[in-house]
Design a protein around this ligand. Structure first.
Ligand code: FMN
Length: 251
């Protein structure tokens, strides 16, 4: 079992320590290997907002760096921890850049075999929810099995520190147990709707978005799998509905 921890903190402190605790606990329950990827050491250049990855395709991105090597790492892991400190009520800038550089994966998802933990360390409650919500879309087809927030403010008394540690240990144990169970992707209603919406959109807007067109026109569903009659019917009905909404200009 391989876990990849992607850490956006510029220092090896609260966020790193929280993951170390998770690793220690996980290793009590399962034979697992943790790899730490510090975004400050990765060559992931700032997104220049050219839209090319979204429209023409990620292969045309003018930035040449570690972007695809990081994807390879994620795809060879069973579990991924996306971890950021809360900076001004959101993820920090390095994690935001990570999110933007992989924004196209929200159009054309791919991590269907991975399970994710979203982790935020913070000085207080302020902004934890926004930061977790910012991380969620970038799991790109993966399953979020754990959301953890850990508070570490300098003024915290011993009782609060102990409570936070206990909470983290409990959540880490749950994560370990969930990771231990075999996992195979099952399409939820939300994914069926997502697929039908994008499939309908790309049919109508091929001129602007050739990358989505290529992705969706070649697929019956995100994952090449046997769908039930009901699932196929949902795809057909919603594709027709979204197609109609696009044509009359509502979507
Ligand atoms: C620039 C900056 C902004 C921060 N903004 C917030 C914030 O809005 N809310 C909060 O609760 N903590 C905030 N914090 C505190 C950090 O989230 C907290 O100390 C975190 O655990 C640091 O993680 P690290 O040790 O891995 O860097 C901020 C810290 C920094 C440096």
């Amino acid at each position: 079992m391989k876990i990849l921890a992607i850490i956006s903190s510029p220092r090896k402190k609260n966020t790193y320590n929280a993951i170390k605790t998770i690793e220690e606990i996980h290793k009590k329950y399962d034979d697992c290997e943790y790899e730490y990827l510090f975004l400050k050491n990765a060559d992931l250049k700032p997104c220049i907002g050219c839209h090319v990855c979204l429209t023409k395709g990620e292969e045309f991105c003018p930035l040449k760096d570690d972007r695809d090597a990081i994807i390879d790492k994620i795809e060879s892991a069973d579990g991924v921890i996306l971890a950021s400190p809360n900076h001004t009520m959101n993820v920090n800038w390095r994690m935001k850049n990570y999110i933007d550089r992989y924004s196209y994966l929200m159009h054309r998802p791919r991590y269907f075999h991975q399970r994710f933990m979203l982790l935020i360390t913070s000085g207080s409650f302020q902004g934890i929810k926004q930061a977790i919500n910012a991380l969620a879309p970038i799991v790109s087809g993966g399953k979020i099995i754990s959301k953890i927030s850990v508070m570490n403010s300098p003024g915290m008394n011993d009782k609060k520190i102990k409570n936070q540690l206990r909470k983290l240990q409990k959540k880490a144990k749950k994560f370990a147990k969930k990771m231990k169970k075999p996992y195979s992707y099952r399409p939820s209603f939300g994914y069926l709707i997502w697929f039908s919406a994008f499939k309908a959109l790309q049919k109508e807007e091929t001129k602007h978005n050739t990358a989505d067109f290529k992705y969706y026109s070649q697929k019956k569903f995100f994952v090449d799998m046997e769908l039930t009659f009901g699932q196929r019917a949902i795809l057909k009905i919603f594709e027709a509905l979204f197609g109609f909404l696009v044509r009359i200009g509502i979507v």
